[in-house]
Write a protein that binds this ligand. Structure first.
Ligand code: ZN
Length: 205
């Protein structure tokens, strides 16, 4: 396991010097990120690093299952962060990024495994439609294949939920905001993007 204190020293000595100018400017002027990224809390998914995003470039919301509750059904940290970002920051794109082998999606498909965690159960219920769609569209699938299909359905469901936010709808109607669906494959580092015109997922190359 990495010694995090040593990691901080390494950052101070080897990385911060190259970011000093940018960070000093960001401290002075405040953040102006143009992208809001919604990802899973999973420790294997290092989104900013995978996407090559530097300081000040991504406003990030992470939670179990990269879930965006429907605006009318839940008020909490996720909804508040999204509302803040879209209303105050110059966000032009919201990316929802799921990932393969997602424990939240596995739990969504098997809710009996989270019976002893009422908060988790409640949280996952905001996206239970993804599990229903995953099963319905892929009746012959089980195990890993079903989890993969449901991971993708879940990301698309969260784009639908984003459209229930009045601030998101308003900016989309003005043509000032775009929604993007990605899935990060932790096993090979590929990021798949959903093409809504063709209804297909394809790796970003
Ligand atoms: Zn996950």
């Amino acid at each position: 396991m990495t010694d995090l204190r040593k990691g901080i020293l390494y950052y101070r000595q080897n990385i911060f010097p190259f970011q000093r100018e940018t960070l000093e400017r960001l401290a002075r002027e405040g953040q102006r990120p143009e992208r809001l990224l919604i990802g899973c809390s999973d420790s294997r998914v290092r989104l900013a690093e995978v996407m090559g995003a530097g300081p000040g470039e991504l406003f990030i919301v992470r939670n179990a299952g990269n879930i965006v509750p429907d605006y009318g059904k839940h008020v909490g940290g996720v909804t508040a962060s999204i509302e803040y970002a879209v209303t105050v920051l110059p966000i032009r794109e919201i990316i929802v990024c799921g990932h393969t082998y997602c424990g939240a999606i596995q739990a969504m498909l098997h809710p009996e495994t989270v019976e002893n965690m009422p908060a988790v159960k409640q949280w996952l219920s905001y996206a239970s439609a993804a599990a229903e769609r995953g099963r319905k569209k892929n009746p012959a699938m089980g195990g890993d294949a079903l989890v993969r299909a449901t991971v993708a359905e879940n990301v698309l469901l969260q784009l639908e939920h984003l459209r229930t936010f009045p601030c998101v709808r308003e900016r989309m109607e003005k043509g000032a905001l775009k929604l993007t669906a990605w899935v990060f494959r932790i096993e090979d580092g590929e990021v798949l993007e959903y093409d809504s015109a063709g209804g297909e997922w394809a790796p970003i190359r």
